[in-house]
Design a binder for this molecule. Sequence first.
Ligand code: NAP
Length: 275
Amino acid sequence: MLMKINATTDLYALLGNPVSHSLGPAMHNAVFSHLGYDGVYLAFNVIDIGQAISSVRALGIKGVSITIPHKVGVMPFLDEIEADALKIGAVNTVTNNRGILTGYNTDCAGALRALSEQAGINGKDVVILGAGGAARAIGFGIISRGGRLTIANRTRDRGQALADDLKAVFCPLAEVHHAACQILINTTPVGMTPDIREMPVAKSFLKKYMLVMDIVYNPLKTRLLREAEDAGSRVVDGVSMFVYQGAVQSELWTGQKAPVRLMRRVVIDRLKMNS
Ligand code: NAP
């Protein structure tokens, strides 16, 4: 792929800290190559997001992914923020259209697309475990699609604050089994490599969910998903959300339909290589 880089190649970047284990470069470069698009995507470890955005302008970088810890901090440095990203209060994607930088949140759209492949959301009772940035983006999407939402979090103040913002119900994480819900979404890191035997809820309570989604994607099938499947639930893995949020990014940048099957294959291959 490097052989194709020339003086007209468009540059795209991931800005975050840390970025060394990111799957974004493998996924987006595979998309550019598949589409025959003259672009390259690189990862940058960024401490000062304001300076990094000045560089995006100075160098004419065509599009940017934003990851931890800059999804909120990047917002004041942009020219425009799309309405849903503004309501969510976080940006994970930036387009550069003739020098105008616009921020989007594709985590929300990516999670909803992954979820809605398996179940409708309108009228469903959904519980989200966790109250961080991912919970906020997904929770906003659930509410806007007509779902009824409970936020279950370890730290009461943080969980209650997010529930209040989203007009959802709060429940302490330890009491999540009391919440009458059909869909459970884990947005905590519990179960992620290397702690793959951990689960955010007890196995005995999983029977009641028609659908369980885990946004942790390493391992691909977390213990939560394996136990939920054994209990008879449908499951959605974290790679689905990752791929769909990347697909929306790529479509914003290139204007072309993203090859999601290829993207999923590339991400899973890369996860296997890293493990
Ligand atoms: P975050 O803002 O740091 O929030 C993490 C949340 O998890 C907090 O509510 C925290 O609870 C809770 N938590 C952390 N450790 C816990 C534990 N041991 N037991 C119970 N709760 C715990 O993180 P984030 O940005 O929302 O990301 C969360 C996870 O989602 C990460 O693993 C990230 O890699 C993954 N993610 C995946 C995708 C994808 O595309 N698949 C996209 C975004 C993020 P407290 O409030 O009590 O601390």
